[in-house]
Design a protein around this ligand. Structure first.
Ligand SMILES: Nc1ncnc2c1ncn2[C@@H]1O[C@H](COP(=O)(O)OP(=O)(O)OP(=O)(O)O)[C@@H](O)[C@H]1O
Ligand SMILES: [Mg+2]
Length: 273
């Protein structure tokens, strides 16, 4: 376990920030509420992610971050509120609908199969069938796997290695690449660097920036504010199930974000919107 302090000295992110071209959110939640028994996990929460943007979702334990992500992933069905995708109101009744829309989630436990190689993991459950004979096209799968990993600049010793032989950062990168393979437009990453060392964290955060530069909306949940400050364009703060602050990276201070997270010093550090 390591709480890394961002980039090692002398190794800033190499990817320049893109100029935003479109201001309609790809994915938008409007006034989402969700309770579990007596616990009001989310109270009228609005949330949005734009194309080519990294938005960090931060807040203390129990603030509602995972509940919000699970709502967008179709795992939690909200009590009330609306979900909009590319300007259209969409009905989400389960995980299939977000997947079909191109909303992809990478959970911390990754859901990779250790005994399978990288290619097999990238294709898990979606092996390409070559008609008319239902045979796996291994060559095509391997070619496409290399193509996707190269486009994301993910360095893996061999795509024929079982993922058990990869480092944590490489495994996380394969999990992210897996979502991008399937034409994701929004990728949600729940604590992607929590278990990683400094170099591996750097690798995953660079991948986050690459996804953004390819035009995806990236939602990053992290308790590591140093990581958040390195890559996020905007920071949305949840506290006790409510959205209590939204910060632009260019205009924020870490103290203001911490104040919003904890609920302290609100007179002193006024969050925007
Ligand atoms: N399936 C569930 N059943 C009952 N209560 C739940 C369930 N999921 C979440 N909660 C409650 O909803 C609240 C929000 O939880 P959530 O997991 O969204 O928080 P979080 O911000 O992700 O916290 P953490 O940083 O600890 O992961 C908490 O009080 C939690 O106990
Ligand atoms: Mg959580």
């Amino acid at each position: 376990m390591s709480e890394t302090g961002g980039w090692p000295a002398g190794h800033p992110p190499s990817v320049p920030a893109p100029v935003p071209t479109e201001r309609q959110p790809i994915l938008e939640l409007r006034s989402i509420s969700k309770h579990f028994g007596a616990v009001q996990a989310l109270s009228s929460v609005d949330f949005e992610v734009y194309p080519a943007e990294v938005v960090a979702l931060v807040g203390d334990n129990g603030a509602g971050k995972s509940t919000l992500v699970k709502t967008m992933a179709g795992i939690n069905i909200p009590d009330s509120g609306e979900i909009w995708f590319e300007g259209k109101h969409v009905a989400i009744h389960g995980p299939r609908e977000p997947a079909a829309l191109g909303i992809s989630t990478v959970y911390q436990d990754l859901a990779l199969c250790d005994n399978l190689d990288v290619v097999a993991n990238l294709y898990l459950g979606r092996e390409e069938i070559q008609p008319p004979v239902p045979l796996l096209s291994e060559e095509r799968m391997e070619h496409r796997a290399r193509e996707v990993l190269t486009s994301l600049d993910v360095k893996i010793p061999s795509v024929r290695n079982p993922v058990a032989a990869l480092s944590g950062g490489q495994r996380q990168s394969v999990a992210v690449a897996r979502s991008v393979m399937w034409k994701a437009k929004v990728v949600m990453l729940d604590e992607p660097t929590a278990a990683l060392g400094v170099q591996q964290t750097k690798q995953v955060l660079e991948l986050v920036l690459r996804l953004r530069n390819q035009g995806l909306g990236v939602i990053l949940i992290s308790h590591n504010l140093a990581n958040v400050f390195e890559v996020a364009d905007r920071i949305v703060v949840l506290r006790l199930g409510r959205r209590v602050g939204t910060f632009d990276r260019s205009k924020m201070s870490e103290e203001a974000v911490v104040a919003a997270i904890t609920g302290a010093e609100f007179g002193k550090f006024q969050p925007q919107a």
